[in-house]
Design a protein around this ligand. Structure first.
Ligand code: KIV
Length: 268
């Protein structure tokens, strides 16, 4: 029996039980083996192989260019680095356009990576897609509010739920996605009071990002948490480290060392 199969990996049942017991859920993104292994050792509950891969790893302006093959390659690496966290992988732009397409792509993702769940962006319109996948035994995390795959249709990145009608629609979407069988739902950049209300209304855990403290859990892009970026993090991120500065300093020291003429009598 391998070490991995001896360890206890969190399941979607554990994740739902944590909400019922009042334990907040900690979720981070990961895109590679070593980062996933470090976060797993730290005890993270959920690792998301987010399609933010497109922005933070591949250097695209949006998540739209990310392909299913990109997600499969990175999700497989993250999965290999973990034996504790529940691993969730985004279905990227254009791969969940209807229930059949989503099912085909989710099956490919699960079979080729070993991850435990997929995440789908979208409101009530995505409920039939969630329902189809759940009906086939696939664990689905939903995602409403700021849904970056729809950035051009939304007209930018901004806080959602400020208008009463939009707030009502978001509540209806959250309920429809829970009824469709989602085991958890990401609330991205919602008015905090609305995120708190949705958290109270739902049985499944809400996982907030930029949506205030009163969600059942929180998620951050790992690069924003550790300061590994060439652009400033979003205001809500509160980095806990400045890895970019450490990398620059190490590279500067290395370059200086290599370029300094050596004393031939040393290091023989
Ligand atoms: O792609 C991603 O990283 C995400 C999180 C920000 C929730 O969807």
């Amino acid at each position: 029996m391998s070490v991995q199969s001896q360890a206890k990996r969190l399941t979607t049942r554990d994740i739902r039980a944590k909400k019922r017991s009042g334990e907040n859920l900690a979720m981070l993104t990961a895109y590679d083996y070593v980062t996933a292994a470090l976060l797993d050792q730290a005890g993270i509950d959920i690792l998301l192989v987010g399609d933010s891969l497109g922005n933070v790893v591949l250097g695209h302006e949006t998540t739209l260019p990310v392909t299913l093959d990109d997600m499969i390659r990175h999700a497989a690496a993250v999965q290999r680095g973990t034996n504790h966290a529940l691993v969730v992988c985004d279905l990227p732009f254009g791969t969940a356009t209807d229930p059949d397409t989503a099912l085909r792509n989710a099956v490919a993702l699960l079979q080729q990576t070993g991850v435990q769940a997929v995440k789908i962006e979208g409101g009530a319109a995505a409920a039939p897609i969630v329902s189809r996948l759940v009906g086939q035994g696939i664990a689905v995390m939903a995602h409403i509010g700021l849904t970056p795959q729809s950035v051009h249709q939304l007209g930018g990145y901004y806080r959602h739920g400020k208008q009463e009608e939009e707030a009502r629609e978001l509540i209806a979407s959250a309920k429809a996605l829970q009824a469709a069988g989602a085991f958890a739902i990401v609330l991205e950049f919602l008015v905090p009071e609305l995120a708190a209300e949705i958290t109270q209304l739902l049985d499944i855990p809400t996982i907030g990002i930029g949506s205030g403290a009163d969600c059942a859990g929180q998620v951050l892009v790992i690069n924003d948490l550790i300061g590994l970026s060439v652009t400033p993090p979003p205001g809500f991120a509160k980095p806990k480290a400045d890895v970019a500065a450490i990398v620059r300093a190490a590279a500067t020291a290395y370059i200086a060392e290599v370029k300094t003429p050596k004393d031939p009598s040393l290091g023989q």
